[in-house]
Design a protein around this ligand. Structure first.
Ligand code: MG
Ligand code: MG
Length: 255
């Protein structure tokens, strides 16, 4: 069932999204060669708790998972696409790219936000992957309007990415968000105009293109969470939580 949020819920989600954007921006500033993914996670957890909120991913058990997710942040490095588990022995190094994905529960309601950033200096090819993936999110958001469909969002993202010959991850998608971290509808990063769920004012969705330098095949690590590219090429991921309105889409996860 697709949940239309009440004005009161929207106010809370707006505040939660604002807090989450501020937290992720602080975590991004900590990214540098030599820091571990676990240190980034601990910092995110501390910031969330200082604000009196809860880390939405910590102890979240998705359908089919054998154990709950053990961290507040997903830290996915280079060929890891999403859901990388922070570890003491994962040390970021110059030239890496790293996706930081975080969920926040503020006054009982959830927002979801991710960025991929450079560790020190990165090569031009990787910078272009980051720029294009970030732009594809903006293009998807522009379609998140009352009267459009989830297919319009996916179509716009896919058509934008296609000329660059990047792989679009198909197994994972954006999603409704708010009362739970994952709600209906499913918001894929590919699709057909006019297909999928109809967007209505008051819906809140996370849009999150995952784009690979190489092909679109993925593999799961033995830890049951980390998803990486099968060909070992790098991957980027950007995500915002968006409110559908009768006018312009509103990005909730912004400063
Ligand atoms: Mg996320
Ligand atoms: Mg998400």
């Amino acid at each position: 069932m697709i949940i239309i949020k009440t004005p009161k819920e929207i106010e809370i989600l707006r505040e939660g999204g604002h807090r989450l954007a501020a937290i992720l921006e602080k975590v991004v500033k900590m990214v540098k060669p030599g820091i571990s993914s676990q240190e980034l996670d601990e910092y995110a957890f501390t910031l969330i708790r200082e604000g009196g909120d809860e880390a939405a991913f910590l102890n979240y058990k998705p359908d089919g998972a054998s154990y709950p997710y053990p961290a507040s942040l997903c830290v996915s490095v280079n060929n890891e696409i999403v859901h990388g588990i922070p570890k003491k022995n994962v040390i970021l190094k110059e030239g890496d790219i790293v996706s930081l994905d975080c969920g926040l529960k503020h006054k009982g309601l959830f927002t979801d936000h991710a960025v991929t950033v450079a560790v020190g200096e990165i090569n031009k090819e990787d910078q272009k992957l980051l720029d294009i993936t970030k732009e594809s999110l903006a293009i998807g958001i522009n379609e998140a309007r009352s009267g459009n469909t989830t297919g319009d969002i996916g179509f716009a993202i896919e058509q934008f990415i296609k000329p660059f010959k990047y792989g679009i991850v198909r197994e994972m998608s954006g999603h409704g968000v708010g009362r739970a971290i994952h709600e209906e509808p499913y918001v894929p990063n590919f699709g057909k105009r006019g297909k999928g769920a109809k967007l209505v004012s008051g819906m809140v969705i996370a849009i999150e293109p995952m784009v690979n330098l190489g092909g679109d095949d993925i593999i799961f690590d033995d830890d049951g969470y980390t998803i990486r590219t099968r060909d070992g090429k790098k991957s980027a991921h950007f995500e915002h939580t968006i409110l559908i309105t009768d006018g312009e889409p509103e990005i909730l996860t912004k400063m």
